[in-house]
Design a protein around this ligand. Structure first.
Ligand SMILES: O=C(O)CCC(=O)C(=O)O
Ligand SMILES: [Fe+2]
Length: 308
């Protein structure tokens, strides 16, 4: 793969607050220097043309998470939209919409999912973590329940040359049980059996600490508090100390965007170069989100990209 030359997804946009883009003349409003933009003028219920799909992918690569207001999709429409960007993932643990198994339900009255109130990248316990996800707000508390996204490339770029060099060839373990412990996800016999099956199918996997984005060639920090347990080849204490530093660094507000939801809003993020955090500050109010997740490829680091 050759990523030399100017990164065309960044060209000319970093000086703008808003701009028009694409064949449909969408209005793009940037929300922070490194991550996040609103796209106005898009109707996600209507299948996108190949041109619009390519343009939207371009915007996703550039802004890492994009937001579309007032979409009001049915779960099937949400599935079809996400499905036009790749094969869809079926989550091994989360409950789903009846008849739409690709749509995960995050409902505070059905399942006590406080687990998303920590910085994480989805499903990195898999050999091939998702490329992205499409999340829609269906029911919201009066206030609170915002979601934050962080740019893993901005976090990487802000490291010193010395730290970058020492992370260059490191790998880390990502473990399903860190966010899905048996104590909370094995309360009934059926849940326990499902948990055992998932754990057997997903032993801890090794991913590069610095991931090269397969489409843009950008580097991003690819460890997350949700699933990363250990940096390989270090003593346990060294690994814990380095991970603690990297998690704290990734959580700096400089790399973030915060989205205050309205019902009918959709967020579409690039899961290969971002982390997110669902703020859990609205109990006992009710919040329902639906997520459809798009499959991704096997992460590779700087040394591997040089060979391939
Ligand atoms: O509920 C949210 O805002 C985000 C939940 C989450 O982590 C996800 O959908 O992957
Ligand atoms: Fe998540």
């Amino acid at each position: 793969m050759n990523f030399s030359g100017k990164n065309k997804t960044d060209e000319n946009y970093s000086d703008l607050r808003s701009y028009h883009y694409g064949s449909q003349n969408w209005e793009i409003e940037r929300l922070s220097p490194h991550i996040g933009a609103i796209i106005r003028g898009i109707d996600m219920r209507v299948p996108l043309s190949d041109t619009s799909k390519a343009e939207l992918r371009e915007l996703l690569l550039r802004h890492q998470v994009v937001f579309m207001r007032d979409q009001d999709l049915t779960p099937a429409q949400q599935r079809d939209f996400a499905g036009s960007f790749g094969t869809l993932h079926i989550h091994p643990v989360f409950p789903t919409v009846p008849d739409v198994p690709e749509a995960i339900v995050l409902d505070t009255q059905q399942n006590d999912l406080k687990d998303n109130a920590l910085w994480h990248t989805d499903v990195t316990f898999s050999e091939t973590p998702p490329m992205g996800a499409v999340l829609m707000a269906r029911k919201l508390p009066p206030t609170g329940g915002d979601t934050l996204w962080a740019s893993a490339s901005a976090a990487y770029e802000a490291l010193s040359p010395g730290m970058k060099a020492s992370l260059e060839n490191l790998t880390a373990l990502h473990d399903f049980t860190r966010s899905f412990p048996l104590s909370r996800f094995g309360r009934t016999e059926e849940e326990r059996n499902g948990w055992m099956k998932t754990r057997n199918e997903h032993p801890p996997v090794e991913h590069p600490v610095i991931r090269i984005h397969p489409e843009t060639g950008k580097r991003g920090l690819f460890v997350n508090e949700g699933f990363t347990t250990e940096i390989c080849g270090l003593e346990h204490d060294e690994s814990q100390a380095l991970l603690a530093f990297l998690f704290r660094h990734l959580a700096r507000p400089e790399f973030q965007v915060r989205w205050i939801w309205r019902e009918g809003d959709v967020a579409f993020w690039d899961n290969r170069i971002t982390q997110h955090y669902a703020v859990d500050n609205y109990r006992p109010h009710h919040r329902i989100m639906h997520r459809v997740t798009i499959m991704g490829d096997k992460p590779f680091g700087p040394s591997e990209s040089a060979i391939s």
